[in-house]
Design a binder for this molecule. Sequence first.
Ligand code: ATP
Ligand code: MG
Length: 410
Amino acid sequence: MIDNKKISKFAISIVEDLQKNNFQAYLVGGCVRDLLCGITPKDFDIATNATPNEIRNTFKASRIIGRRFKLVHIFNRSELIEVATFRSGDDEANEGNLVTDQSGKILRDNIWGTLEQDTFRRDFTINALYYCPTSGKIEDHNSGIAHIKNKKIVSIGDPMKRFSEDPVRSLRAIRFSNKLSFKIDRDVKSAIYKKGYLLDNISNARMFDEFCKIFLSGIAEKNFNKLVSFNLNKYLILTSPSNSHFSQNLIKEALKNTDKRVKNDQSVTPGFLIAAMLWPELLKKSRGDKEINLRKFFRSMDQILRNQQKITAIPRKFHSYIKDIWVLQLKLHSRIGKQPYKTFKHPRFRAAYDFLLIRERASNCQSNLGDWWTKFQKNNSASQKQQILDLNEVSEENSFKKFGFQEELI
Ligand code: ATP
Ligand code: MG
């Protein structure tokens, strides 16, 4: 049923090495699911009855990671494979290794178990399939194969309990249903509605990981719409109570643009999306009487990033990227003398220009500023010079203050 040629040779060799050492070993989770759905997996996970120390001792190039959930990373020059030990997820014989908080959220789970027990700690039946590439057999203890055939996202066990244990499963259900075009089972849907609020409790680092999976995988717009329908978007994106029409358009346009880039194999960064998503808030906070108040603008940038960080972490390396894109929006307006050349040379010019086009699309702005910069990039230096002269003759309209971003403040 599964063609081993579609599986990473390195992953297969790890399974074989574990088996040679008398351990059980299987490919598991997303890769088996994707292979059965005709999708090329992006990574391969392995499950085994070897403990992290035993795995570590079997493979030279390996490292134990995690505390909450100990795993082993095995790597070669180009690949990294995650190997997890079967867990029982059962605290009967609690050795202090399974720890939950008052809401039932699992804080630590390092109780080893059998394959069958391991299936019960996985989130959805379609994610609990274990494939042995040596025998070609799939272990399916929860009707995962049937649910793949019926295109259904079904929880393993009571979703109310499972989503309390780990609220991120709500987001995963939404993500998988869009990725695979599967229906979300009724019980799972109702658990998302009832337990979604627990996402408030999840560390911002984990939420950032999920943010990237949701918005950088080529189906960002679809994912966003479904998040909105479950009212979960607020756990990923700082949204102000007066969510304007422009702000909604801008998010949609930025997500569309990201999806298009993924489709065309162009690079995507969460920084760009975060810059777009938070822009309306920045404008709102920088509002002067009739125009943008620059002091407020610069002061608000860090404050807004800090507020977003309460929800999803934003790794340091993206901070200056985001702020550059924002500040360049002002610079793109000012086209006097040497300024356009400076702006054009800025390492973030391209991203800032892309963002300008998105802003214009989202606000139905008639400023033609995007067009001007499109021409500027294509023109030779004589024509660029003329472009600037032509502008200066028209008026001082090239001052960003004159623009006031009116269309975007409505
Ligand atoms: P993708 O990699 O496409 O996002 P995936 O299913 O492989 O999907 P991973 O996060 O790579 O997702 O996890 C691998 C496997 O580990 C899953 O298939 C699932 O069996 C299990 N798993 C991951 N996260 C959870 C979770 N929050 N709760 C329960 N099981 C999980
Ligand atoms: Mg995976």
